[in-house]
Design a binder for this molecule. Structure first.
Ligand code: NI
Length: 176
């Protein structure tokens, strides 16, 4: 089911989400189905459970190769429960981000360039990956939602924050 996405200003977006206690339950499957439907209906790169008002540590993300945006490297579709992120270097990388909870805007955020993420898929199987670049950025953005953080809170330069159609006339972008 396509759910309503909460937008910045809704206090539910600031909450710390709770860990999922059991995988492979009908409730968790239903939550994942709603996240999938809602992300696809909105052309998102990712979505976190709190964005649809569910305070659980569940995120999904994935980006297909799109010839319109050849620089947005593909990210495999992933459903991740109780994620834990570990930076693997001190290197930070700046990049543009958007968010389905902050529609119409883009901003530059510095993120860890190289990290490991661990967690579980909805059936309870462990996931452990080392990633870089855009993949690492998407994971950090989505996992921030679980701790009540939206990307504008991480921005250092508000001059690099603005409306997508002003910043990139006719241009690109994906939202998480
Ligand atoms: Ni987001």
């Amino acid at each position: 089911m396509i759910r309503e996405i909460l937008r910045m200003g809704d206090p539910r977006l600031w909450r710390i989400s709770a860990p999922v206690e059991r995988c492979a339950t009908p409730e968790l499957e239903a939550l994942l189905a709603d996240l999938r439907d809602t992300m696809r209906a909105n052309d998102g790169a990712g979505l976190a459970a709190p964005q649809i008002g569910v305070g659980l540590r569940v995120v999904i993300f994935g980006v297909d190769f799109n010839p319109r945006y050849p620089d947005a490297e593909p990210v495999p579709y992933t459903e991740l429960v109780n994620p834990v992120l570990t930076p693997l270097s001190d290197e930070l990388e700046e990049g543009w981000e958007g968010c389905l909870s902050v529609p119409g805007l883009r901003g530059v955020v510095a993120r860890h360039a190289h990290l490991r993420y661990e967690g579980f898929d909805p059936r309870g199987h462990p996931i452990r990956r080392e990633v870089t670049g855009f993949h690492a950025r998407v994971v950090q953005h989505e996992c921030d939602h679980l701790d009540g953080v939206l990307y504008p809170m991480r921005m250092a330069d508000m001059r690099r924050f603005g409306y997508t159609d002003v910043l990139f006339p006719g241009g690109p972008g994906v939202d998480g």
